[in-house]
Design a protein around this ligand. Sequence first.
Ligand SMILES: [Zn+2]
Length: 87
Amino acid sequence: MLDVFDRAQAREAELRQDALAEHQRRAAAVLGQEGDAERWRELSAEFCEGTGCGAPIPDRRRQLMPRCRLCVDCQGRKEARLKRSAG
Ligand SMILES: [Zn+2]
């Protein structure tokens, strides 16, 4: 029961991430950072910089989000933390 719920949440987070990546891509174009998309290999971290994590970040994520430094898990945790402290 909880497992199904967790999976639904993970899927939702994934969809949100894609929407966010698309939004950031458009914002980058407006800000004149289009080059980021081509330089994702140097801009994005190859391994997660989250404390005690170091998980490899999938190329797809690095491509979608140039300049990303965290894996999906750490990013999610960070956002949850920010949400908690904001609310
Ligand atoms: Zn991580």
